[in-house]
Design a binder for this molecule. Structure first.
Ligand SMILES: NC(=O)C1=CN([C@@H]2O[C@H](COP(=O)(O)OP(=O)(O)OC[C@H]3O[C@@H](n4cnc5c(N)ncnc54)[C@H](O)[C@@H]3O)[C@@H](O)[C@H]2O)C=CC1
Ligand SMILES: O=C(CO)COP(=O)(O)O
Length: 330
C-alpha cells in the first residue's frame, strides 16, 4: 500500500494527514516551511498551524515535492490562490488528485478543478468538501464530507478506502462543480455572519443571512451547472451552517472583527492563516456581475472588504426594494 500524499502543512492539510494516519497508514506531508518539516519529523507537532495536535508517527513531512512521486493518491490542501503554482511545480502528477481547498482563483476566475485539470491533465480529480473544522478532525471527532469524483464511480471505488475512516465518512457525488461552489461561496457568507455578530445585530439576522446567502449560493451554482441537491448537502448547506455559526471559523472571526470596526487592511496585513472568503469575495462578486446573477450579500462583503463602514453596508442591504422570496431577481 503506497503512502497517501498531502500537499500543504497548514491546519487542514495537517488535520487530514492525522485523520489518514489514524489506521497507521503512512502519510507523506509536503510543507512549504522547512522548519515545520523538521518540527513534524522530530517533535510530531505543528506549532505554526495546528498547535493542539500530537501527530501520528506514521506522518512523514518533506519539503521536496518530488518525494510525492511515490503516492498514487494526493490530497491538495494549499490555499486556493496557491494551488496552481504548487501543482505546476509538482514533478510527477498522481493518478488521483483530491482537492480540499475552498476558493476561486482570483486572477482568472477559475474553480479549483479547472486549475487542477490544466496543471495535471492526466490525473483523475476529486473534490473533498464539507463541514470540517481542522482541529475537530485532528481530534478524531465524527465528520462527514462530500467526495465528488470527476472520475465517477470507478474513481470513488478506488479512493473511498483511501479516505474513509471510522470517524471520517465521505459521501459519493459526481457533481464536482457543485461540491466546489458550496465551499467557496460559504466562506464569503461566513464573513457576513461574523459582521452581524460583531455589530450585535442578533440571531434573527444571522439566520436570515444564512437562508438568503444560501439562495445566492444556489443561484450562482445552478448557473454554473451545479445541482441543487449537492448544494443542499454537506459541502453546501452543511458547511454554510457550520462556518456561519462559530468563531472557530477564520472567515466568521474576520467578519466579526470588521463588524467591531477594525480595518480590513490591518486585519489582512498581519494574518499568517488564510481566510479564503476575503480572496473569494472580489472574484465571486465579479463573476456574478458578469453573469447577471443577483448576489447582494456577496457584493456587500466585497464592499466591506474594500473599506466601507459595516453599519452603512448593512443599512444599504436592508433598504433594498421588497421582493418575492423565490425567483431569479435580487
Ligand atoms: N482549516 C480548516 O478548518 C479548513 C480549511 N480548508 C481549506 O484548506 C485550505 C488550506 O487552509 P489551511 O490548511 O487552514 O491553511 P492555514 O491558514 O492553516 O495555513 C496557511 C497555509 O498557506 C500556506 N502558504 C502560504 N503561502 C503560500 C504559498 N505562497 N504557496 C503555497 N502555500 C502557501 C502555508 O504554507 C500554510 O500551509 C484553504 O483553502 C481552506 O479554505 C478546508 C476545510 C477546513
Ligand atoms: O472550511 C472550514 C470548515 O468547513 C473552515 O472554515 P474557516 O476557513 O472559516 O476557518
Amino acid at each position: 500500500m503506497s503512502a497517501v500524499g498531502v500537499l500543504g502543512g497548514g491546519a487542514w492539510g495537517t488535520a487530514l494527514a492525522q485523520m489518514l494516519a489514524s489506521d497507521r497508514r503512512n502519510v507523506l506531508l509536503w510543507a512549504r516551511e522547512t522548519e515545520l518539516v523538521e518540527e513534524i519529523n522530530t517533535k510530531h507537532t505543528n506549532s505554526l498551524f495546528l498547535p493542539s495536535a500530537s501527530l501520528a508517527p506514521t506522518i512523514r513531512a518533506t519539503s521536496e515535492l518530488a518525494d510525492l512521486a511515490e503516492c498514487e493518491a494526493v490530497l491538495a490542501v494549499t490555499p486556493a490562490q496557491h494551488l496552481g503554482s504548487v501543482l505546476d511545480a509538482l514533478p510527477t502528477k498522481p493518478r488521483d488528485l483530491i482537492l480540499c481547498s475552498k476558493g476561486i482563483e482570483a486572477t482568472t476566475g477559475r474553480l479549483m478543478n479547472d486549475v487542477a485539470q490544466d496543471a495535471a491533465p492526466e490525473s483523475d480529480i476529486a473534490i473533498l468538501s464539507g463541514p470540517t473544522f481542522a482541529h475537530e478532525v485532528a481530534d478524531g471527532l465524527p465528520t462527514a464530507v462530500t467526495l465528488a469524483c470527476g472520475g465517477g464511480e470507478e474513481q470513488w471505488q478506488r479512493i473511498k478506502p483511501v479516505i474513509a475512516r471510522p470517524q471520517f465518512r465521505p459521501y459519493y457525488s459526481d457533481d464536482v462543480v457543485g461540491a466546489e461552489i458550496g465551499g467557496a461561496v460559504k466562506n464569503v457568507l461566513a464573513i457576513a455572519c461574523g459582521v452581524v455578530d460583531g455589530l450585535g445585530l442578533g440571531q434573527n439576522a444571522r439566520a436570515a443571512l444564512i437562508a438568503r446567502g444560501y439562495a445566492e449560493m444556489l443561484r450562482f451554482g445552478e448557473e454554473l451547472g451545479a445541482r441543487g441537491e449537492t448544494l443542499a448537502g454537506l459541502c453546501g448547506l452543511g458547511d454554510l451552517v457550520l462556518t456561519c455559526s462559530s468563531t472557530s471559523s477564520r472567515n466568521f472571526s474576520l467578519g466579526k472583527a470588521l463588524g467591531e470596526g477594525q480595518s480590513p487592511a490591518e486585519l489582512m496585513a498581519d494574518r499568517h492563516t488564510v481566510a479564503e472568503g476575503a480572496h473569494t469575495a472580489p472574484v465571486l462578486s465579479q463573476l456574478a456581475h458578469d453573469r447577471d446573477i443577483a448576489m447582494p450579500i456577496v457584493e456587500a462583503v466585497n464592499t466591506l472588504l474594500g473599506g466601507a463602514p459595516a453599519k452603512e453596508v448593512v443599512s444599504r442591504l436592508l433598504a433594498r426594494p421588497l421582493r418575492a422570496e423565490h425567483g431569479p431577481a435580487a
